[in-house]
Design a protein around this ligand. Structure first.
Ligand code: SAH
Length: 362
């Protein structure tokens, strides 16, 4: 019989495990710290547990992170991970180093059911929700493989190279609400991963009932909303979810969302050449957002052969940003990263799927 994975278990779940075997409650706390704060890779490594307890636990439990199937390193330092899960599903995470911080982009679903017209994950289809162990395992793996080097120039200045986490990989986190919130609790917990709330951003198209629920959670991350169009008509053409959750309501809900201290709601806007990148679009977007405590992140499309859109021209990106800035809307432009390693969302997973299909052909 296969052993139960302790990794991914919540604080309460661990309390129940230890109550059941008749161990005192502080053991559950120790194991929680080993799993998520020190990120031990085995029960044997949990040095402050009595040897007999470790042996007993090992009979029924183990510590298992998702298996890395492939790593791809870009010339710009971006590193992309392809994980292969127990049922063969593959998901992606990305490590993105910058001068003064590093970011981990993680997935919350294998595939995605939303079918946004420009997104490869949607084109590839939906498989299933990820479990907390699979979400947290992406973070644990990337963190373990990137300790701060002893030679880091700012090593002595406190947290010299802080982690940021973005739930912007494959899938829609708010369609996997329970596992996403369970993961957020552990990531934000000072006794767990200890990531500050303003450094953890959940990106969503705006699944309204789930967004309202998240707004009432104590473990609340910063929020990014995938908008991508200034008006409902164009948004509907790009994002089928607009039929169900209209952008006016999504924007209102986002503006009500209590962001963590020091954070602000971001609206993401993928620029598609000739489609939503014109001056009229920028002006309409500015009218919606001017005077609000938000920012807009412009994302030039990461093109790929299967995506039926082209990237915007650099001039269009500049002009779009300038129009927003003139209207008083805070704006940033996402730099393309890791293009040499297929780091655009969903590409590595698709390449693998295509290769598997090719080799299984008779
Ligand atoms: N489902 C969530 C999170 C995953 S997508 C959401 O939609 O927000 C994270 C971001 O990447 C979204 O804003 C998404 O629209 C964007 N994105 C998807 N495909 C892209 C592509 N080919 N180029 C640039 N951005 C893309």
């Amino acid at each position: 019989m296969s052993r139960t994975n302790l990794f991914g278990t919540s604080r309460d779940g661990l309390a129940a495990v230890f109550a059941e075997v008749g161990e005192p409650a502080f053991r559950a706390k120790q194991v929680y710290a080993w799993l998520y704060h020190r990120r031990a890779r085995s029960i044997a490594a949990m040095a402050n547990l009595p040897k007999a307890l470790r042996t007993a636990l090992e009979e029924r439990y183990e510590v298992r992170w998702p298996e890395v199937q492939e790593r791809a390193l870009s010339f710009d330092g971006t590193r992309k991970y392809l994980f292969r899960l127990d049922d063969g599903a593959t998901i992606e995470a990305v490590y993105l180093p910058e001068d003064d911080r590093r970011t981990i982009c993680i997935s919350t679903q294998a595939g995605c059911p939303l079918k946004c017209a420009f997104c490869l994950t949607g084109i590839a289809g939906y498989k299933r929700n990820l479990k907390p162990a699979e979400i947290l395992g992406q973070v644990a793996t990337v963190m373990e493989e990137h300790p701060v080097a002893a030679t880091h120039p700012h090593r002595d200045e406190g947290d010299p190279f802080p982690w940021n986490i973005v739930m912007m990989g494959m899938g829609e986190p708010l369609l996997n609400y329970d596992a996403t919130v369970a993961s957020l609790r552990v990531l934000l917990d000072p006794d767990g991963f200890g990531v500050p709330a303003r450094k953890l951003t959940l990106s969503t198209v705006g699944i309204l009932p789930a967004l309202e629920k998240l707004a009432a959670e104590p473990a609340r991350p910063n929020l990014a909303i995938s908008l991508h169009a200034p008006d409902p008509g164009l948004r509907r053409a790009l994002m089928p979810i607009e039929e169900k959750y209209a952008m006016g309501d999504v924007v209102d809900a986002a503006l009500r969302y209590p962001v963590p201290r020091g954070g602000r709601v971001t609206f993401e806007y993928v620029l598609l050449g000739g489609v939503n990148d014109q001056a009229a679009h920028a002006r309409a977007l500015a009218r919606r957002l001017a005077g609000r405590h938000v920012k807009v992140n412009l994302i030039p499309l990461n093109p790929a052969p299967d995506i039926p859109f082209r990237a915007p021209s650099p001039e269009a990106v500049d002009a779009f940003g300038a129009l927003l800035a003139e209207a008083g809307v805070r704006v940033s432009v996402r730099r393309a990263r890791g293009q040499d390693i297929l780091a655009a969302c969903g590409q590595l997973h698709l390449k693998k799927a295509a290769a598997a299909a090719a080799t299984s052909r008779p």
